[in-house]
Design a protein around this ligand. Structure first.
Ligand code: BV8
Length: 240
């Protein structure tokens, strides 16, 4: 445990933090990429090849998120409590496109891979909220382009959002927490190496099992996020 930490905290989260809220992860046995191919559904090339199929995949996930009783869990809530009560800055950098951190009350939040409930016009780049389906031939309300509307999500081969802000937060923190991610996808999987090279930053992985990058963390805590995250947050807040 990074005893005596009082400075800023940067938290990276992945699909594992939302698993106990009822959302699939990607690489677990029953994960999303075991059901559909990443190349066909999460790349610009896959979207260009078959926009109907890809829009339907995201429409389905949007319906599941909006319709089902998917709610933030104790791990999301613990991070919101940490932000509210911690003396320093707390920033949550999530790879997830669900809205659970925001609904739990986290304010200082970066969706580096985009958001399921946002769409973007590829012609004029206007981004708008969307709870319902996106039609392939939809006309953009901003610029009138037809068929240019896509999920506001970062696909493989596309640049994640807010990378400058992310590296500023990593460089300014005293504690880097990585929660519920398998450490397969870059650049997020490289953040722990970045903080190690920076020096003076304590790094902890809280996950169900060791990630690809487990050996790079100064501290590791394994177990379900709804157990290990609230417990770790309580220890931080009580200064133990
Ligand atoms: C980019 C949005 C550059 C879509 C996603 C070779 C080497 C290195 C890199 C590359 C390479 N080839 C290609 C690359 C780059 C590529 C990449 O990293 N590929 C990987 C597969 C090798 N990365 C990119 O393309 C990125 N962009 O590099 O741009 C660039 C430079 C210049 C100009 C232009 C571009 C973009 C990557 C973003 C892709 N989009 N998502 C969607 O969601 O539909 S990625 C997808 O994976 C999600 O965002 C997800 O969050 C992310 C990471 O997955 P995890 O969150 O970690 O989920 P996973 O299932 O893997 O793991 C879950 C973990 O939780 C497990 O460890 C499990 O044990 C744990 N868990 C389960 N239950 C629980 C739990 N933990 C706690 N409690 C529980 N209950």
């Amino acid at each position: 445990m990074g005893a005596g930490i009082t400075g800023n905290i940067a938290v990276l989260t992945g699909a594992g933090i939302s698993k106990e809220s009822g959302l699939d992860t990607f690489r677990d046995a029953d994960g999303l990429w075991s059901k559909v191919s990443l190349e066909d559904y999460a790349t610009p090339e896959g979207f260009a090849r078959d926009p109907v199929k890809v829009q339907a995949f995201y429409n389905e996930r949007r319906r599941g998120m909006a319709g089902g009783n998917i709610r933030p869990n104790a791990a999301h809530e613990a991070l919101a409590k940490l932000e509210a009560e911690w003396p320093g800055e707390v920033v949550v950098i999530t790879q997830n496109i669900d809205d659970l951190h925001g609904r739990a009350g986290t304010k200082n939040l970066i969706h580096m891979h985009g958001e399921l409930f946002k769409v973007r016009c590829d012609a004029c780049k206007a981004v708008s909220e969307r709870r319902g389906d996106v039609a392939v031939d939809e006309v953009c309300g901003e610029c009138g382009a037809a068929g240019a509307m896509r999920p506001h999500v970062v696909w493989f081969g596309e640049m994640p959002f807010d990378m400058d802000r992310i590296y500023e937060a990593l460089d300014a923190c005293e504690l880097f927490m990585s929660i519920g991610t398998s450490g397969n996808v870059y650049p997020a999987a490289g953040f722990v190496q970045h903080v190690r090279f920076k020096g003076g930053i304590h790094s902890v992985e809280l996950n169900l099992e060791p990630s690809e990058g487990a050996s790079q963390f100064a501290e590791t805590v394994y177990g379900p996020a709804t157990e290990v995250v609230p417990e770790y947050v309580e220890r931080l807040l009580s200064g133990r």
